[in-house]
Design a protein around this ligand. Sequence first.
Ligand code: ATP
Length: 509
Amino acid sequence: MTSEEKFKKVVSHAKEYGFVFQSSEIYDGLSAVYDYGQNGTELKNNIKDYWWKAMVQLNDNIVGIDSSILMHPTIWKASGHVDAFNDPLIDNKDSKKRYRADVLIEDFIAKTESKVKKEILKAKKKFGDKFDKQQFLETNNRVVHYQNKIKSIHNDFSKALENDDLIGMKKIIDDLEIACPVSGSKNWTEIKQFNLMFGTKLGASSESAMDLYLRPETAQGIFVNFLNVQKTGRLKIPFGIAQIGKAFRNEIVARQFIFRMREFEQMEMQFFIKPGTQKEWYIKWKEDRMKWHLSLGLGKENYRFHDHEKLAHYADAACDIEFNFPFGFKELEGIHSRTDFDLSNHEKFSSKKLKYFDSNDNESYIPYVLETSIGVDRMFLAVFSNSLCDEKLEDGSSRTVLKLPAILAPVKATILPLLKKDGLPEIAKGLVEKLKTEYRVSYDEKDAIGRRYRRQDALGTPFCITIDHQSKEDNTFTLRERDSMIQERLNFDELLKKIDSAVSIKSWI
Ligand code: ATP
């Protein structure tokens, strides 16, 4: 299956099984806005819960808040978003399609990199055991040409980014003869900066209404509450404030399903530290966040760090944790050393003191901040796409199975009476009643047992519990495990123990 086919399968599976729907679908949809269905909502809630527990519950010095989406407009002046939260956009005059100029260049680099990879694969096949990759990279004319080209584009691109040089960026697009993916035309407009914030109005009459923005990140709600939380919680530096909430960005190129949405959710944590200690905390949070990702077992090879070439207006160090999505490695989470940029500016713009008194060192200062910021929806896509697979079985048949980490699965176990008679449904429903206060469970009595198993495989349910005639006699049940498909006969206590150890946070973090 090509990666494009795999991605299509992810999108259609998400819809077919009630995970993600296009928003306003009956009105032909709203571009880059999505709704989560009955199973998607459970999976999303479990992701948020797993993050919240790891950050807030398991860290003595991190607390959580829930700030509002609408905030005083001056906040976005102070944070730099009004002036600097821009993307460089370019239009193709023939197709009338709009693109992010930086993304066009990045895509071109990625395409050239994949040409190098293809050449390597071809040569590997040709030369077999004798293949020397290093020598090939250094001597094959075509590969050397591609590599030099990549290096030179990187060079020009970083310079243009650093200097906000839109003319330089346009020159790269022209020189590389990058064409519009839709029309194939190279007839481009100049590049313009485009602010990503959504505006809205507060107030009844149009004259007195106040211009507001829908927040483009949740972080500012944490900064403006920094002293409220610190004082009322009597928190001492270092400490963190975490938050999960909606953010809005008027993305220019909103494609790739829930990877880039206009309304999305973030899980952010701002960690307040003493100035000068940011380097060590940056390293620590990079390690901690990677550990969290790896704990879910999606495969170490699917993650990598990417250091930012151009630092955002607020950062003195920044990197992304990238994940191997069906369309390649892309940003999943950002880790940013935000200095005292935000708090200092809020102090300036609000004229309120935001200093912290450090009783250990007997001094006052504006703390520095280390931020971890991950998109819930991107995390959802990472988990969902990584878990979805087609398997050939020994008997020649095949199955589609969503191998979600059990702790994130929407439904932990489904209870299936083998037959719709002989008192088996009653026993099954009794078991549902006993289990449902502990876990999210479901009940299914429709269709043959094999088809019911397949349905649960496709939903990612880790366990199926089957009630048969023997259950009536000795109170035992058959537990079928989703990934191995192994079935075992267990009594109620054994069943509980098995499910518990599979879905308990202790087994994961
Ligand atoms: P990108 O470079 O992909 O636009 P970003 O660097 O602007 O992302 P941040 O501002 O660092 O992203 O936001 C933190 C996290 O929020 C990202 O790592 C991502 O997981 C998530 N995120 C950002 N923009 C979107 C979006 N439009 N849709 C879904 N998730 C998003």
